[in-house]
Design a protein around this ligand. Sequence first.
Ligand code: ATP
Length: 743
Amino acid sequence: MQEQQTIYGTVTQIVFQNTENGYVVLRLLARDGEEVTVTGIIPNLGLGEELICNGTWITHPSYGEQFQANSFERRLPESARGVAEYLGSGLIRGIGPKLAMRIAETFGAEAFDVLQNEPERLTEIRGITARKARDIGKQFTEMSEMRLLMDFLTENGLPVSLTPLLYKRLGVAAVDALSENPYMLCDEYYGIEFYMADQLAAHLDIPRLSPERCDAGILYTMRFNLDNGHTFIPVEKLVKAAADLLSDDDVVMEPERVEEGIMRLESNGQLVREFICNRDAVYLRVMHEAEDYLANSLRVMAEREYQYDFDLEELLASLEADSDIDYAPLQRKAIVAAAKYGVTILTGGPGTGKTTTVRGMLDLYEALGLTVLLAAPTGRAAKRLSELCGMEAKTIHRLLEAGYANGGRLAFQRCATNPLECDVVVLDEVSMVDVVLMQALIEAMPQGARLVLVGDADQLPPVGPGNFLRDLIGSGCVPVIALTEIFRQAQQSDIVMNAHAINLGQMPAPSRKDGDFFVMKKDNAADIMATVVSLCKERLPRYYGLNPSQIQVLSPARRQGAGTIPLNRMLQEALNPPATSKPEKRFGDTIFREGDRVMQVRNNYDIVWESLDGSETGTGMFNGDVGEITQIYPAQECLIVRFDDKFATYTYDMLGELELAYAMTVHKAQGSEFEAVVVAVSNGMSRRLLTRSILYTAITRAKRLLVLVGNGDAIEYMVKTNARNKRYSALRTRLRMIDPEQV
Ligand SMILES: Nc1ncnc2c1ncn2[C@@H]1O[C@H](COP(=O)(O)OP(=O)(O)OP(=O)(O)O)[C@@H](O)[C@H]1O
């Protein structure tokens, strides 16, 4: 093992600095007068800082001898020259080298004290207004606080990328809060894995069998399972999973202790335990509230029937006569039901006429003088719905005016006390909506408004918890109109016909020369990916006149086989190769380059956007929004992404919210449609992902052309595997249980 050494010195040059993870390569003027290269994680480093580095000397194959620091202590420079260098190194907006020099000359070694405690004294320097002084002081204070926080995170092996999140929510109190409860990092806001928080807890000497650790492990296990779509966990499974999580070679968390923990969390209101669906079920409180609320409110809404002093069927017939449409009997039934009942479900596969039926509903509502709001779970689905219905549709989040409340938690402006203004809400792509969001929507509906739910129950279930659409249909409590007839026009499409065949467990029909559905069989992932690239780059543009931007590649998996990560790397290389004219920015393993297709991968209500013509500005980008990087500004450390009709700015520290999107997972593509879709399926992908509903969802994303490139066995396996991953959810049972007399 290399001998640990300590070196002291002053930072004279920052050769490389990664702003996300704090990795730096620097030159240090050591106390013995020698200048050496040092590498390590030292966030927010400035020139002139004094460092005491502990580490080892290594010989780098290209750069020779350098000191690899594994821990360090740092001190701000004390000499006037050091102060000038530090302030002038670009850390503070508004201070360049010249101004830094003047600050150092005026205040000498006291400069940092002035910046932190008496920034108004900066006005003694010519050219600094009171406002600028305040701004500089504020930045310096924030930087100092953030440095302390970063130092704390680094010392405890936690990612420095948590700094902005923690600082935004807790400010200067973050270190104290973490020291008091390191497990707060496991909540959905920070999303840190249990073992990391556990590591911090160990540094803080929190006993491993302590109730705090036990309770944190139980809650972590509960949240982790929500990601698998469950709304509750049977107690015996929870006990086992939490005991496993909390035990290792050194410590055994007995199941009895976990049971005690569950009782503690039950009595302090964080968990709810109920015997339901023949199970001893444990819920996170919010999840129990969501299910319970949905069951009660939907039951009440479904009981509601609206009376008209004229015949709705006749009114619809007269509307039909005025238009060139002749609805099928089931469509007519759905349109009338949507005006008559409190809740109506309209479901069916592709080409069965759902959209046409929704348009019929809108016509009837108009004739009845009812105000309608249209919504869908994703931006793309909302856009498509707007186009098809000729009226504005919003995402559910936008409809409910989502934003961040104090402390950074998601909050909806539209709610029970400030309801939406409408007589009807029509929600499309309901298969994607989880129980928590559904609860928020129903809470925001005004008393007496109708709800129309449209979706295809054979699509993938939502990413979030529950199985809302299937549970509601299965409960039998709500009128359901299931369209089954494929309209003649839609029958011309092999995409539609094969989607229905696959849904019935049949292999897709062989490709027709003039058809819109092709299967290309390739044996291994490398051949599959090479074929996908050639389709996107040459063959589809050449034969179908498609622009590569109209083609979307989908894969069930991310890393395995022909997953989205290797596919994105290859597609980026082929469709947007590096060029000196195109600036790029590396973030983790991804290189973002001007011209790249990217996707926003979580909801962020704070991202500022501007419409293309600059006439409108707003905030909020949503999970699944796809755009193109139009500019990268290295000096300003930001890049601009164009999403359909708007530009959004991302600073480099936000790049964790973007992914390359030449290829995306089928899950991410839910609710979106594309001109042409290329689906890659290979052996080597987890069998959990090779299911019929994933293949069906992938295929139904294509409007004009679908090419399925894959291993024959894997495709057949998908068609035959109707396994829906089991979700623990009790909504269906609750809906059936409730006695309408009691509500
Ligand atoms: N009553 C009808 N008479 C004749 N054609 C119809 C009727 N209803 C729908 N169609 C036609 O059937 C096709 C599919 O209808 P529509 O787009 O409404 O179905 P959909 O279920 O929304 O399909 P998808 O989910 O694939 O978008 C369209 O071409 C539409 O014009």
